[in-house]
Design a protein around this ligand. Structure first.
Ligand code: HEC
Length: 133
């Protein structure tokens, strides 16, 4: 059995480590250096500000009123996306976004497109059990 003193020392070391690590982790938050953000990151913040995820999915997660936008950049192209954002439609609201906001959102969607595929993939299973993608 450990002596009481040893127990207190171990508890003290754990608490000190926890506090030190927490300070280390949270020292940089929230993001203060706006200029340091990449264009896609600014677009992501605009995405969150307007809550686009209420109707749109990213990587299959989000609202289901509008389409998944993970790969809309490569499917539709920037001009189509910008026209959509500038005008809205009967069911997609027009947010009266500024030119810069539209540019940042398009950049975010471009980064998103480069980062993954949202459509379910189709696989062919061979007789020997191997899978062709
Ligand atoms: C109220 C729900 C709603 C919100 C909120 C919303 N959208 Fe949409 N969006 C839609 C719907 C519905 C469509 C499909 C409309 C159509 O085809 O007429 C759409 C279509 C789009 C398209 C075209 C996609 C394609 O492949 O055709 C883009 C791009 C888009 N939205 C971006 C955004 C962005 C960026 C935001 C946030 C600023 C946003 N939307 C917020 C409902 C919404």
């Amino acid at each position: 059995m450990l002596q009481d003193r040893a127990k207190y020392s171990i508890a003290g070391i754990l608490v000190a480590t926890f506090l030190g690590y927490s300070c280390f982790l949270y020292a940089d938050l929230p993001v203060k250096d706006q200029a340091g953000l990449q264009a896609g990151d600014k677009g992501k913040m605009i995405w969150q500000q307007y809550n686009c995820g209420a109707c749109h999915q990213v990587y299959g997660l989000g609202g289901y009123l509008g389409p998944d936008l993970t790969n809309s950049y490569s499917k539709r192209g920037p001009a189509y996306i910008q026209a959509f954002l500038a005008n809205g439609t009967n069911i997609m609201p027009n947010y009266h976004l500024t030119e810069t906001e539209i540019k940042e959102l398009t950049e975010y969607l471009r980064n998103l497109d480069a980062s993954g595929i949202s459509d379910p993939r189709t696989f062919t299973i061979q007789n020997n059990g191997f899978i062709n993608q």
